[in-house]
Every structure is written in structure tokens, then in C-alpha cells.
Design a protein around this ligand. Structure first.
Ligand code: ADP
Length: 385
């Protein structure tokens, strides 16, 4: 045997040892199989003899739901070139099995199509994983929509009776129907505080839904950042002072203007700084600073408080994720602040991230589009308004 013949023989042996089916088919008469490798039998339990000969029998090996599509896909690819790839269910004696067929036309020197040749391999497991992932994703989306709908309904339903509770509570507190004794007043005060907490929670939930669904009205406008930050801090300074904390603000006046909704920006800064105050012990230090960075302005709120454990860092931006149960009840929020903050930052075209080490403090960093850049790229900001 010549060395070439030996090589051909070995190549044949190699092909019969890998888990793919190889085949050759004539063009005339249409797709008459002249060779199909024995793996058809070992991998799919289909006798090789089944495929030899007529076209119709080959068609029957394809699941009836896939036949028209597979034929159309092959025709479309052959209109563009000589190769084609198609996936379909192969009808095996053990039931349908997903396969991928890679094949092509083989031409003579003169360019005449002589044969089709190709390989078929089993993608059953791959398809099963893909289908399971798709089903899991659809289920997650369905649950997320159901959760949003549920929250929306209970928020609206709770608001009406709550207004009545708070309203009548205040009437009693004013003494409109008789003077209350000290104990009655204390209980009434607790009742009103709890009611107020619930009202804030419901309002935050409704806000969060409006923002996430893009139903809120954003008035994006180029404006200097420093006055907005100063406005936000004015109210909160008292809280920091009460806790003996230093609240330092360093926002340079010469920063480029930012394209923001003033109300949303005040809410973002208020949420982040209030958190920094709440989660930092007395005597701590909180700093708010800003700098320009290319097309953006970066704002950082840093504290030297408790910090956040690495495993909690990604979930604190989700609804109702309260990590620290030691915070005094009076300061406890709704667990929605950071979810709301992130939604507001993103609605203005920015992003928010956290850098924190437990015991050393946290830096919440968010970006805002800078005005000069936003003006030269109207689409970037236009889509948000
Ligand atoms: P909350 O209303 O509980 O403050 P947030 O969504 O604002 O809700 O914050 C979620 C959780 O993230 C908080 O309960 C707290 O555990 C943690 N957290 C937020 N900001 C800080 C911070 N600056 N330092 C430490 N922990 C923080």
C-alpha cells in the first residue's frame, strides 16, 4: 500500500472514530445518499441502509415540524454560497434528537456541482440546556412583572385607608374632640409616626415603579452642580450635627454644568448622604466631592462608617434590602432608598457603584452627563427626557 493510500485509510478510520456522522450525497437524482458513516447507527440507532437511496426517506428522518423551516434555511444559504448549517430534530427509534448539520456543495474543476458532503452532530444536551435557560429567564421575567403588578396594587390600595388613619389621628391629636391625657397622646404619637413611616414607604414604592417604568416626568436641564448639592445638604446638616459628625462638601464651582433633573438630583444626594449619616457612628466624617471626568461629572459620597460586607454589596441596590438591623428604629428607612437612587441616576444617563470595606467605610460613586458633551450629542440626553 502506498503512503498516500495508507493516509487515506487512516483518515477514514479517524473519521469513523469521532462522534459525528459524515455523509456524501449525489446532486442528481436530488440528494441521493451515496455514503453515510456507521455513526448514524452507533449514535442515533438509525440503520445506515435507511438513508441510502430515495430522497423521501431522508425527509422522513427530519421531525415533521422542522421540515419546511430546514428546507427554507438551506435554500436561503445556498442562494448565497456553497455551504449551509441547519439544526433540526432527527427522528431516531428512541425519539426525536436535536442535531446540527454542517454541509456544502463540492464542485468539479469546471465549477459544476458534483456532491453534497457534510457532518451531522448531536446537540441534544446543548439544546436542552439552552431551552432550560430560556424557560428560567421567561419565568424570572414573569415573576418580576407579577411582583411589580402586585406592589402597584397593594400600594394604591393601602394609601387610601392610610390617609384616613393619619387624618383622623391628627384630628384627635389637635384635641378637636376633647383633651387627651399624656398616655393617650404618647400612644397617638407612636401611631402617627408608624403611619408616617408607612406612608413614606408607599410613596417610595410608587415613585420607584414610576421611575422604573419611565412614567415619571424628568426635566433634564444643563445647570451647575454646586448649588443643587448645597440645597440638598442644607436640610441634612442638622441630622449630621445632631450625631456629632463632620459633613464636608467639596464641589468646585468651576465644574462643567451637568444635565439633570433638579428634583431627582436633590433626592439622590439626600438619600446617599442620609445613609452615610445613619450608618456612621457619632463623631464620624462624611464627605461629598465631585470632579469632571471626560463626558461626565463623577460625584462621590464617602463615609468612615460601618462599611458593607462584600456579599451584601450587590444586593443593597435591590428593593427592601436592609443589611444592618442595629440602626435605631427612628433612623430606619424603607429599604427602598438605594433602589430608588439607582433608578434616578440611570434615568439621567448615569451609573452608580459602591466601593466599601467593612469597618473602614463606604464610597458611593455616581456619574452624571456633563453639559458640553451632552449638547454635542443630543441623542444621548434626548432619549431620557
Ligand atoms: P434604608 O432605607 O434601609 O436605608 P437603603 O436602600 O437606603 O435602605 O439602603 C439599603 C441598606 O444598605 C441599608 O439598610 C444599609 O444596611 C446599607 N447601607 C446603605 N448605605 C450605607 C452606608 N453608607 N454605610 C453602610 N451601609 C449602608
Amino acid at each position: 500500500m502506498s503512503i498516500e493510500e495508507e493516509l487515506v485509510r487512516q483518515r477514514g478510520a479517524l473519521l469513523e472514530n469521532i462522534p459525528v456522522v459524515t455523509f456524501h450525497a449525489e446532486v442528481e437524482p436530488a440528494f441521493q445518499v451515496v455514503y453515510v458513516s456507521p455513526q448514524l447507527e452507533t449514535l442515533f440507532a438509525i440503520p445506515v441502509a435507511t438513508c441510502k437511496g430515495a430522497d423521501e426517506r431522508l425527509i422522513e428522518l427530519i421531525h415533521s415540524d422542522d421540515r419546511v423551516r430546514a428546507r427554507e434555511e438551506v435554500s436561503a444559504q445556498l442562494a448565497q454560497g456553497d455551504t449551509y448549517v441547519v439544526e433540526f430534530r432527527l427522528m431516531t427509534p428512541n425519539g426525536p434528537r436535536w442535531v446540527r448539520l454542517h454541509a456544502g456543495r463540492v464542485r468539479s474543476h469546471e465549477g459544476e456541482v458534483r456532491l453534497h458532503q457534510g457532518v451531522i452532530f448531536d446537540i441534544g444536551e446543548h439544546r436542552a440546556i439552552e431551552e432550560a435557560l430560556l424557560a428560567a429567564k421567561q419565568e424570572a421575567e414573569r415573576l418580576s412583572e407579577a411582583k411589580t403588578r402586585f406592589l402597584s396594587i397593594i400600594s394604591h390600595e393601602l394609601r387610601t385607608p392610610l390617609h384616613a388613619i393619619l387624618g383622623f389621628g391628627r384630628v384627635l391629636e389637635r384635641g378637636a374632640y376633647g383633651t387627651l391625657n399624656e398616655r393617650q397622646l404618647t400612644y397617638l404619637d407612636d401611631l402617627l409616626q408608624a403611619g408616617e413611616h408607612m406612608r413614606r414607604l408607599i410613596d417610595d414604592l410608587l415613585d420607584l415603579q414610576r421611575i422604573s417604568e419611565g412614567r415619571d416626568q424628568m426635566h433634564l436641564q444643563a445647570q451647575p452642580l454646586a448649588p443643587l448639592v448645597r440645597d440638598s445638604l442644607r436640610v441634612i446638616r442638622a441630622l449630621a450635627a445632631e450625631r456629632g459628625q463632620a459633613l464636608v462638601e467639596s464641589v468646585p464651582e468651576e465644574l462643567p454644568e451637568v444635565v439633570v433633573d433638579a428634583r431627582a438630583l436633590v433626592q439622590i444626594v439626600t438619600n446617599l448622604v442620609t445613609n452615610a449619616i445613619k450608618y456612621t457612628s457619632s463623631g464620624g466624617r462624611i464627605e461629598l466631592r465631585a470632579r469632571a471626568a471626560g463626558a461626565q461629572v463623577v460625584v462621590e459620597v464617602e463615609d468612615d462608617g460601618a462599611g458593607i460586607a462584600p456579599e451584601d454589596q450587590s444586593r443593597i441596590f435591590e428593593y427592601f434590602s436592609q443589611v444592618d438591623e442595629r440602626v435605631p428604629h427612628r433612623l430606619r428607612g424603607s429599604g427602598l432608598g438605594l433602589a430608588l437612587t439607582r433608578a434616578l441616576v440611570e434615568r439621567q444617563g448615569g451609573a452608580i457603584a459602591l466601593d466599601s470595606k467593612p469597618g473602614r467605610g463606604s464610597i458611593f460613586r455616581f456619574t452624571l452627563p456633563a453639559a458640553a458633551h451632552a449638547a454635542s450629542q443630543p441623542d444621548a440626553a434626548g432619549g431620557l427626557s
